[in-house]
Design a protein around this ligand. Structure first.
Ligand code: GAL
Length: 371
């Protein structure tokens, strides 16, 4: 982790230095395309990049693709290209849906960075910046194995899976990482999945959507008769916090509360889920600091615009189906109720005052109307 923090300090220094230069010759127009305006993290990612790029003297066009709207994302990218964007930073809704826009970008000499989510089956991609999502899945699997004491306990706990979006490569990575940890226990019958659904095809949740996760969990509750005092459910692996929230909504409806909630893990440390952790509804979330990720993307563009060396730390492992994409990967952190303060509040990511307000917490963990 230290190395990453050091690298980020160096990257931050690069941005500050560039802000002090007479940069007008290198000032670029950068299109930032985020997949959704429904969830806190993408708003933060987008706004942080906008601020960082503008502080370094660049201009930006920032767009959010509504509620995971593929067509809207295509249109927004077309508009950015028509307005003369020289760089595109894209977090896609659907990893194979932007071929036409990416080809157009490359024909115009525009450099493309895949942000957080890899763009697949295209030559027209230059860089990838993300967190190591296989490691995210491993953190989830290891945490569940530890909490259920799978190496030592004589009991065979029950688990269900709600994995990520089938059109997001991160879902495959998280699934791979989590199953690398948990499949051996399933194979040795130290862990049981009563529905038998463990593959990504069977367990995915389209667009990592809370309502879709709620519906999947409702179905599992009905088919397996999971209820407090009835059939036991010990853990649910939810691949993101949006999914975890939907799972928890369904479990609460089935009668679970903080006293008997199965272990539920997620990823992102969304505000809702931080509140759920404080209220004892969610056990763990994998934290991917959007401040770090956005800083790397900003530094990449800034370096490219000045013909400087682009920050990269992986030029081998990320093949998008057409070629290996030069990448910068960050390491995620685990956050539990014990480490919340240190990782999220002490670092200023969230304001502890906000999360100390009981009224705010109750409002935040309330289930929305799922329709
Ligand atoms: C993934 C991302 C996760 C989470 C999820 C839901 O691509 O890696 O951190 O944000 O999307 O939007």
């Amino acid at each position: 982790m230290k190395t990453i923090k050091h690298t980020l300090c160096a990257l931050a220094a690069l941005c500050v230095a560039s802000a002090a230069l007479p940069w007008s010759a290198e000032a670029a127009l950068v299109g930032i395309s985020m997949p959704s305006n429904e969830r806190g993290r993408w708003l933060d990612d987008g706004n942080e990049m906008k601020m960082g790029l503008e502080a370094a003297g660049h201009q930006t066009i920032l767009a959010f693709a509504g509620a995971n709207d593929v067509k809207l994302q295509q249109q927004q990218l077309d508009e950015m290209l028509d307005k003369g964007a020289q760089y595109l930073i894209i977090s896609c809704v659907d990893n194979k849906s932007l071929g036409a826009q990416l080809n157009k970008a490359h024909q115009k000499g525009v450099k493309v960075i895949a942000y957080d989510r890899l763009l697949l089956d295209t030559e027209a991609l230059d860089y990838y910046v993300s967190f190591d999502s296989v490691f995210v899945g491993k953190i989830m699997g290891r945490y569940i194995a530890g909490m259920l004491n799978l190496d030592e306990s004589g009991e065979v706990p029950n688990i269900e899976f709600c994995q990520g979006s089938p059109v997001d490569q991160n879902a495959t990575y998280v699934w791979e990482g989590s199953m690398a940890e948990l499949q051996p226990y399933l194979d040795r019958q130290r862990l049981n999945c009563p529905s038998g659904e463990t593959s990504l095809e069977q367990t995915n949740v389209m667009y990592w959507n809370r309502t879709k996760a709620y519906e999947r969990m409702k179905k599992l509750i009905a088919s397996q008769d999971y209820h407090p005092g009835k059939k036991r459910l010990d853990a649910v692996l939810a691949a993101s916090d949006g999914i975890a929230a939907g799972v928890i909504d369904a479990l609460r409806e089935a009668g679970y509360d903080s006293s008997n909630m199965p272990i539920v893990v997620g990823q992102d440390c969304d505000k809702i889920n931080v509140a759920m952790m404080i209220k004892g509804l969610q056990s763990m979330s994998v934290f991917k600091d959007t401040r770090e990720l956005s800083l790397v993307a900003v530094s990449m563009v800034d370096a490219l615009s000045k013909n400087l060396e682009v920050p990269l730390n992986d030029t081998e492992h990320y093949n998008n189906g057409k070629k290996v994409i030069p990448s910068y990967l960050l390491d995620p952190d685990i956050v539990t109720t014990e480490s919340l303060k240190e990782v999220l509040f002490d670092t200023g990511y969230y304001d502890i005052e906000v999360f100390s307000d009981e009224e705010y917490l109750n409002k935040t963990v309330a289930a929305p109307e799922h329709k």
